[in-house]
Design a protein around this ligand. Structure first.
Ligand SMILES: Cc1cc2nc3c(=O)[nH]c(=O)nc-3n(C[C@H](O)[C@H](O)[C@H](O)COP(=O)(O)OP(=O)(O)OC[C@H]3O[C@@H](n4cnc5c(N)ncnc54)[C@H](O)[C@@H]3O)c2cc1C
Length: 577
């Protein structure tokens, strides 16, 4: 496998499109950052992805994880790579510097994360769960909890895991059964079985810090009765050294379609000692600090997969000789022309490129909003980042998977066999559409909590701002039409939802797709506007034209589907299935 970090694109987005160098000086926490420093971080992150993580990607998939008597062994090649990743400070890139994080902008972290996901999704998962757990402890923990856990997690000595799911309670966490009984010393005894816990047990590090959702005795029913607990594998002594082994164990690991180097465990908690994180019965809200981070990160997993797949297929298409160009032989001395002469192959490559480059721009934009929300206390930016998080999670992972399948198609039959690597990318990319809240659940979150709840105020303001942006003249009219379409569709959904409770769910996935396409149209129109007058800029302008001519028209079909009657969705009786 070969992968080259998209450094030129990163610099274009950071400094030419979003002009981070003009924004950061206004945020005291970032005032010291220079273009040189940021470029050096991106270059080094890209090197770690390409030279440290990527070489472990296929071997990790082949070896997978094994379980024996509660112990989980990860692929042999993972150990040194994980050490290099964590010791280099990459996990804490945007983490709190008071506890060992690097305090870098989220916008930059989004770029680097995409690269790490491209390098090895299974391996980086251990890292992303750790970072998410750190954010939750940082936001909701006591000063002692922060001091006890964060520095060792950011430094990679310990990892984190997130334990929500039970066999009967996946999307519907309100019906979970895990219990937390208060102990005399202020800790809690946690009992229950969680399934599908990523990095719940493994041999990469000496301690694993679980954040576990459980219910206190007499807690209110449903999601309002859930609390969050820190439940380490080894209890931690006051001096920070490891104490006794806690009362939980891995019951088994899953045998999965992809991400086989990532250990997914059943965890049995048998009166394990837990420590309340945040307030009683407010656990779901505290867990959402972690989940919102993870959602964006899992979106970046999709983006990283899409980029890796694109690079594999573009390189293959250049080398593979099949057939002749419709316009006449391009390689007359060879037996055939390269796949690149075929317009249908170009269609697949251009589609991947158009999605990946717009996706990267969108990721940076969400990162920028998060930075403005956090460091500049900009409430509007915060609300907008919340509106866009489910879109980033679902749209990136859907397009990443589509892109991986397209890349596989470029390889023909060779894409279906193992040794070329692209079939692994397809298998690994698929999970991003399912975990961390399925993409269906993201679409419901978007339409329900983020649009209907405030009557569309946050969304309409965003649409307005997109319409005011400076964009390339060539795409101004098409962009305006797309924005008008999004307004029409949103108006109609808000209006019809008032007396049709099934309507939001019936159209939610299509609405998210329409919103994602429209945001990409805005970003392509902006990128085409600021692209430099060189070969790189020309490739941006051509890809923008491809997006507007060949991809954006799908929004017409989405509008028609959403606006038409959707009662047939719920028309059949249960017996008819
Ligand atoms: C490899 C892997 C790793 C994972 N890692 C973790 C982890 O680290 N920690 C953790 O806690 N969990 C983890 N999970 C669990 C994962 O988050 C859940 O599988 C996922 O959230 C869906 O829950 P479920 O599987 O129970 O599906 P269900 O909730 O049963 O959903 C089934 C289908 O119904 C749809 N659906 C359900 N409810 C609704 C609704 N209200 N409205 C609309 N549609 C709905 C869903 O979208 C889905 O398509 C992992 C899962 C896998 C496979």
């Amino acid at each position: 496998m070969h992968y080259q970090a998209p450094e030129r694109d990163a610099a274009f987005l950071m400094f030419e499109l979003f002009k981070a160098q003009e924004i950061w000086p206004q945020i005291p926490a970032f005032s010291d950052f220079s273009e040189d420093l940021i470029s050096a971080v991106v270059a080094e992150g890209g090197r770690i992805a390409a030279e440290v993580l990527l070489p472990t990607n296929a071997p990790g998939d082949e070896e997978g994880c094994t379980w024996q008597d509660g112990e989980v062994t990860t692929p042999e090649v993972f150990k040194a790579a994980y050490r290099e990743l964590s010791e280099g400070g990459w996990l804490g890139l945007a983490g709190n510097p008071q506890y060992g994080g690097q305090g870098m902008p989220k916008m930059l972290a989004c770029l680097v994360e995409e690269m790490l996901w491209s390098g090895n999704a299974s391996l980086y998962l251990y890292g992303t769960l750790t970072v998410g757990a750190c954010l939750s402890i940082d936001a909701h923990g006591t000063p002692e909890q922060k001091q006890m856990y964060l520095p060792k997690m950011y430094s990679g000595q310990w990892t984190g895991a997130m334990a929500l799911t039970e066999s009967h309670a996946g999307t519907d966490l309100g019906i979970m059964r895990s219990k937390a009984e208060p102990n005399a010393d202020g800790s809690y005894a946690i009992t229950g079985t969680k399934i599908f816990i990523t990095g719940g047990e493994h041999d990469l590090v000496e301690n694993i810090i679980h954040l576990v959702l459980a219910k206190l005795p007499g807690a209110p029913a449903g999601t309002k009765g859930i609390s969050l607990f820190i439940v380490p594998k080894f209890l931690v002594n006051d001096d920070g050294s490891l104490g006794e082994r806690n009362g939980w164990a891995s019951g088994s690991i899953e045998h999965k379609m992809g991400i086989r180097g990532s250990a997914t465990s059943v965890i049995n908690y048998d009166g394990a000692t837990g420590f309340l994180l945040g307030e009683e019965n407010k656990g779901l809200a505290a867990m959402f600090t972690m989940m919102n981070y993870e959602r964006l990160s899992i979106g970046l997993q999709g983006l990283g997969a899409g980029e890796l797949a694109y690079q594999l297929s573009a390189a293959y298409a250049k080398d593979r000789l099949q057939g002749r160009a419709p316009t006449g032989a391009q390689n007359p001395d060879g037996p055939a022309d390269s796949l690149l002469v075929h317009p249908d192959v170009r269609r697949m490559l251009m589609t991947q490129r158009a999605y990946n480059e717009a996706g990267r721009a969108f990721a940076l934009y969400v990162g920028l909003l998060l930075d403005q929300g956090k460091y500049a206390e900009d409430a509007e930016a915060q609300a907008r980042s919340e509106l866009l998080t489910p879109v980033a999670k679902a749209y990136f992972s859907d397009r990443g998977f589509d892109g991986a399948v397209m890349a596989q198609q470029v390889f023909g039959g060779h894409g279906y066999v193992h040794e070329w690597g692209v079939e692994q990318v397809v298998r690994d990319a698929r999970i991003a559409q399912i975990y961390e809240g399925t993409n269906g659940v993201q679409a419901m979150d978007l339409i329900g909590r983020k649009v209907l709840r405030d009557g569309g105020v946050t969304l309409y303001k965003f649409i307005d701002d997109m319409g005011q942006s400076e964009v390339a003249d060539a795409h101004q009219a098409d962009l305006q039409e797309a924005l008008d379409r999004l307004v029409r569709v949103t108006d109609s959904i808000i209006d019809r939802s008032a007396d049709d409770a099934n309507l939001p769910g019936a159209v939610s996935t299509d609405f998210l797709a329409l919103f994602g396409l429209t945001i990409y149209a805005w970003l392509w129109a902006r990128m085409a506007c600021v692209a430099p007058a060189d070969e790189f800029g020309e490739s941006k302008r051509i890809t923008a034209r491809f997006f507007f001519n060949r991809i954006l028209p799908a929004s017409i079909g989405l509008e028609q589907g959403i606006l038409s009657a959707s009662d047939a969705v719920m028309g059949l009786t249960p017996e008819q299935f």
